[in-house]
Design a binder for this molecule. Sequence first.
Ligand code: ADP
Length: 861
Amino acid sequence: MWGTQPDVSPPPAPGQHQGARPPPGDGGVQPEETAATPLLLVGALDSEEVEGLKAMLAPLGQPVHAASSWSEGFVALLEEEPACILVDARRDGAGSLQTAHRLREHEQARHIPLLVLVGRTLPGADLPRGEGLGTVDYLLEPLHSELLRAKVGMFIELHRRERAMRAALARAELAEAAAHESERVLSTLMGNLPGMAYRCHNAPGFPLSYASPKALELTGYSAEDFTSHRVLWADLLHPDDVQEVWAHIQEALHSREPFTLTYRIRTRSGEVRWVWERGVAIHGPGGELLMLEGFVADITALHQAEQERERLLAQTRMEHNRLETILQQLPCAVHIAEAHSGRTVAFNARVEQLLGHPMIDVRNIKDFARYRAIHPDGSRYAAEEYPLARVMLTGKEQPEEEALYARPDGSVRVLLISAGPIWDDQGKLQAAVASFIDITELKRTERHQAFLASVSETLASSLDYEDTLAHVVQRAVPTLGDGCALDLAEPDGTLRRLAVSHVDPSRAELAWEIARRYLRGLDAPCGPGAVIRTGHPELLTDLDELLTAHAVDAEQLKLLRELGVTSTLTVPLRARGRTLGALTFYYCRKSARYSQEDQLMAKDLAHRAALAVDNARLYREAQLAVQLRDEFLSVASHELKTPLTPLHLKLTTLMRELPRCCEGDARAQELQHHVEVARRQVKKMSMLINALLDVSRLSQGKLKLELEDADLGEVLDEVLAWFAPEAARVGSELQVETRTRVTGQWDRLRLEQVVTNLVSNAIRYGAGRPIHARVTVEGDVARLVVRDQGIGIAPEAQERIFQKFERAVSERHSGGLGLGLYITRVIVEAMGGSIRVESRVGEGSTFTVDLPLSPPPDARR
Ligand code: ADP
């Protein structure tokens, strides 16, 4: 308010309302001077006299009221404040004087001038009585109208003046009251203003000549401190702001514009406060600067709030930027929509990339229908089917789901979408967010992997690869085309078509026919022959041209056209550096093409097929080798065994004859020892050859059991007895823990073989420590346990040692063929039993054989 010079008209006085009588002279209402000034006639008058008097007074232009005597009507006329009362005493002098006296006593009439009209008959003594009445004048008969008008006119003039004086007095009182009120209001305002109003003179430092009471609250100094110039406002200015403040004031003075400043002051207590000042320069009539007037308010709190607001705004901006950056960096598409309206609030670039079109301007949820999600049957999603819309309609999180999206470019993508609500502090749904990723490739890969896995399963299901490959060729359709063919390379350089498939079985026959008649060898310029020759895949898309170029004759061209192939993909079947054949996939539709992924999958499939072929071939070769080995072993062991029996007999005879022949010869004992060693070696050799023979018999399925009543405990005793010398020789003590007699239906010799193998191993690998054996019965099973404390068997070898030619120690340390446990297992299993080992390296081994007391019916082989 200090910046402009306001209209300072005083506020209305209390009780005075707008539209009250304006001051004189403003022309709105008739002024007192021109207002009607009635005249009152009183006395015993007849109407003629009244009319005569009225006629005389008429030129004065004032209303004349008449009353013959004191009456109610007369008193009422007094209310109108007549300018003069004419008392006509011409007829009734005494009565009229009495009336005059009553008027003098009457409250309202007391000050109204009386003009007594006196007749000639009025006694002279009555005149002085009349004069005692105060403002009284006389007129004697005969009445001269001009004299009468002059007198009455004078009273009228007096009356007017008095009225004007009264009005002026009233106005003065009113103005004084208004001035008092203004002063009171101003003081109240000043005291209650949220800051300090001031006035300062144009003197150095602009000392204040007025400061409102708020100065104290604002600065800690009283208004008087400033007005007495004990303190200069300029001294409170913060040093950092002084220059700027003065520059602004100078500029304002120069431009004669009001100034607005924001700066800091230091209060009496040293506190720094931010103030806002609005001021204006007051100039004298000659344009000279007289003073500055203005207003200063404490805006420290506001300033702090502003700073806090700025800080929060900056923080919000940063949060927003961070969110936006995160949104854009996210590997998935994110779409945030306002609750209820569905209007897009935020989204990242991936959304449009994934959808393949710009965001749709959604105004309400119904507009979601303009997006292009489709059901598997191709029908479009309804608006409320979109996960984002469902969140808005239900407020519930929508878990991940797959949806197909038909992009404007014609491609259909598989999207994985999830959506959830965003609530505000009051728990009201504010927005919904949907995130989605494109899983089209993943789905395709998944399909491909599932296909390849099932193909692998087929390939692994049998070693008859020709059969399994034919299955694979059938399975490749329609995943990898409308048709498929497999050609194998023959050693003579020709190709053999192994299998053909086609979505339309009638055309499969046609494909067979073409292959039968026209399949070319490795010298072919393209197709399977070329692929097998070069080892490189081949993709042909302009097939019409190729057909024309390579068809052998018109008939082949005709057949090929009939098959309708539009593109082919041929991949080699390669394993261990050799190309075994080729798989050819083909489409019979112009719209279908082999993508990069298709080619990778075709190669993968061919690789798996090649491995299957290679494995099957290797297996066959291995089988053949094993068969040859077994045949050799069978022949060799048989042939080796033939000379061993007589050799053993001869050595036995030699042992028996030697003491007799060499009696007395000092070397006889030495010789006998040599023969004994030779006999033991022959026996060992014979055991090895027996084992070989057994293996070849077992391989040929020639194990024959002679089941009879046999006692396992007895067999154990016998075997331990045989091995006692050998055990003693290596230092192992043979201990029988439990000697139970257990009779079962078993092949006794084979049983001996089982126990022999286990005991001989325990001695061989027992490291010269004690060996324990026991036979027990567990229900309907006989159990044989042979435990040593020798070298033990590593965990990874424990399964293996029951296989043919498997050893857990090196050949050098074993001295065996790795056949004993194999034969043992086969015998035990043939009698319906089982064998297992528990062992720790360095701590010994425990072999356990379980044999049913009655072997199964098929045991007798
Ligand atoms: P071998 O004639 O080689 O002993 P086996 O079939 O009887 O043939 O045994 C297979 C392999 O099992 C042995 O070479 C040996 O490494 C291991 N083995 C068998 N019995 C024992 C045992 N009691 N302690 C440690 N190793 C053993």
